[in-house]
Design a protein around this ligand. Structure first.
Ligand code: GLY
Length: 572
């Protein structure tokens, strides 16, 4: 009943037929309470935005498979969730077919050919504040359109144009902003004005209000070119010219050759085991997959279930594992096309056991003695994740990003899409503390054509050879620990999918040597027990927006949308 009331409210606010359909079919799932156990047989879509989830569900209902739905959702998010949904950014896809075939697609952005190691440093060798964060120079070569073309070519079933059509309509006709979205655009107003002097659809006279329609005519035209010409509609011709003009306007370095040469790459999935579950996840240039497997292996020998959810021993063990894994991440992970990542060695059973040997239950291990490595943990948190399963049981887990919220905050003039600021995910100054007080790694230094290290962790789990979970989240450096906790919440603490997603989170990333906690993540007794041992615990705002799907014992799909945002699950 509670779920229906929420759906009605949404209908009243938006007044859209789109939502009426959801109400009548009774399959809309806002993250209400912790006890969603609804079980859908034919498919499930969970994304950061209700309109994008509806687009994905419609594609599934039309007979599209999970990859078709993922392509349509990616383009829809570029319209209805411009903070992170994108065609000007990049991301990663993890795929598992109904028969158990796995694959991953890397459509991460790349540095342009004119990029150089010290491009964001001043004459004295110090990082120039904001240079890698805002404006045209902050952008890497976008990968999302090439990624969607590659995914569709390999696995898609429905015509390409069918997958673009919903996004085009949403851009052309507009969609009603949520309260959160209106507020974010209003907060960004000064920055948008400064970086887009000729205007953008995201700017208006006065302030945005919730339910107001955001129309993006230029973006609609760009999406039509992509619909009609595929990758050439973005990496060549009119849109490529517009990107180059934008680079000239703001001192960017991307060239036509950079655009033409961009390729998404199929990479073998990283796999590992945890107590009988098989983890299928993203290899480098994301650090997420290796780090997730390392974390799970580090805690596997211990009785977490007996200790209990978020009890002192559980938190201490997880924090000590996180400290060590993030130290490794700093030193050893980068773009595998440029740096020899020791993936196998890092995930060996003996290695993770040895790493955990030197921790002491009686006191915190100071990060200073764990490893004097190099880390770049300053990823921004405005990424987005979606999880999809189709009727046949094919599953797709996609995390995609512009990096910061609204990326470089530059909309390509005439083309209506935002550029990423993914260059900031490189170590701007390897070997020295960055502007956030962290130390950058050589493995992740800037080089022409190189992909910047990511934390994105789109993941799929199997149990007994069958699909078990599809999971992922935004959250910068907290992505890995949020996915880690969500998995443990289900496997160790018997949460249903929504409980696991809604549960409060904590995070440690080696440096700074602090356990960050959401309000309510750790009770006062646990806090005291940890503080006595020397742990520093600091509160912070919400971590991540996990969108996940669980295969139920009954054989259906249970969706879970993160209550930290506007996220929504839709099943049928
Ligand atoms: N830009 C966030 C990440 O790739 O991890």
């Amino acid at each position: 009943m509670q779920r229906i009331i929420k759906a009605r409210l949404f209908l009243k606010i938006n007044g859209f037929v789109l939502i009426t359909g959801l109400l009548l079919s009774g399959c809309a799932g806002r993250p209400i309470g912790n006890n969603n156990t609804a079980d859908y047989r034919n498919g499930m879509v969970v994304s950061a935005n209700p309109f994008a989830s509806k687009v994905g569900l419609d594609i599934l209902k039309k007979g599209g498979n999970a990859v078709d739905a993922a392509v349509a959702v990616q383009f829809a998010l570029a319209v209805v969730y411009p903070n992170a949904g994108n065609i000007g950014g990049g991301g990663f896809m993890v795929y598992r077919s109904a028969t158990g075939v796995t694959n991953t697609l890397d459509f991460r952005e790349k540095a342009g050919a004119a990029a150089s190691r010290d491009m964001y440093l001043d004459a004295a060798g110090a990082p120039i504040v904001d240079k890698s964060l805002y404006g045209q120079l902050a952008a890497g070569v976008p990968g999302s359109v090439a990624g969607m073309v590659a995914a569709h070519a390999k696995y898609g079933k429905l015509p390409w144009a069918t997958l673009l059509e919903p996004a085009i309509l949403l851009a052309r006709n507009g969609f009603p902003l949520s309260t959160q979205q209106a507020g974010e655009l209003n907060n960004l107003r000064e920055k948008l004005l400064q970086l887009n002097p000729d205007g953008t659809a995201l700017l208006k006279d006065g302030t945005w209000a919730a339910t107001e329609l955001l129309k993006q005519e230029e973006l609609a035209t760009t999406l039509e070119l992509i619909r009609d010409q595929g990758r050439a509609g973005f990496y060549e011709g009119r849109v490529a010219d517009q990107i180059i003009q934008e680079m000239k306007r703001g001192g960017g370095i991307l060239t036509k050759t950079d655009l033409q040469q961009y390729q998404a790459v199929w990479r073998e999935a990283i796999t590992g085991a945890y107590k009988g579950y098989r983890i299928i996840t993203m290899p480098p240039p994301s650090s997420g997959g290796i780090a997730l497997i390392q974390l799970l292996k580090s805690v596997e020998p211990y009785p977490l279930r007996r200790w209990g959810f978020q009890q002192d021993s559980t938190v201490q063990l997880m924090v000590e594992a996180e400290r060590r894994v993030y130290a490794d991440r700093a030193t050893h992970l980068g773009d595998p096309d440029f740096y020899d990542v020791p993936a196998k060695a890092l995930m060996e059973d003996q290695y993770t056991k040895d790493r955990m040997k030197n921790f002491d239950w009686s006191k915190a291990t100071p990060s200073s003695v764990v490893k004097a490595g190099k880390v770049n943990a300053k990823e921004h948190e405005e990424t987005t994740h979606f999880s999809i399963v189709d009727k046949a049981g094919n599953a797709v887990s996609v995390t995609t990003t512009l990096n910061g919220s609204y990326g470089a905050v530059v909309a390509v003039k005439g083309a209506g899409f935002l550029l990423n600021n993914e260059m900031d995910d490189f170590s701007v100054k390897p070997g020295a503390a960055n502007m956030y007080g962290l130390v950058g790694g050589e493995a992740n230094s800037i080089a022409p054509g190189k992909r910047m290290l990511s934390s994105m962790t789109p993941t799929i789990l199997e149990k007994d050879g069958k699909l078990f979970m599809v999971v992922g989240t935004p959250g910068g450096s907290t992505i890995i620990t949020s996915v880690f906790q969500t998995i443990l919440n289900v496997i160790e603490f018997d949460h249903n999918m929504q409980q696991a997603v809604s549960a409060k989170r904590f995070h440690h990333q080696w440096l700074p040597d602090v356990i960050y906690t959401e309000t309510g993540a750790i009770d006062s007794l646990t806090r005291v027990k940890l503080e006595v041992k020397g742990y520093i615990i600091a509160p912070r705002g919400p971590m991540g927006r996990v969108d996940a799907i669980l295969k139920t014992k009954q054989g259906g799909y249970q969706g879970a949308a993160d209550p930290r945002g506007d996220d929504q699950w839709l099943g049928w």
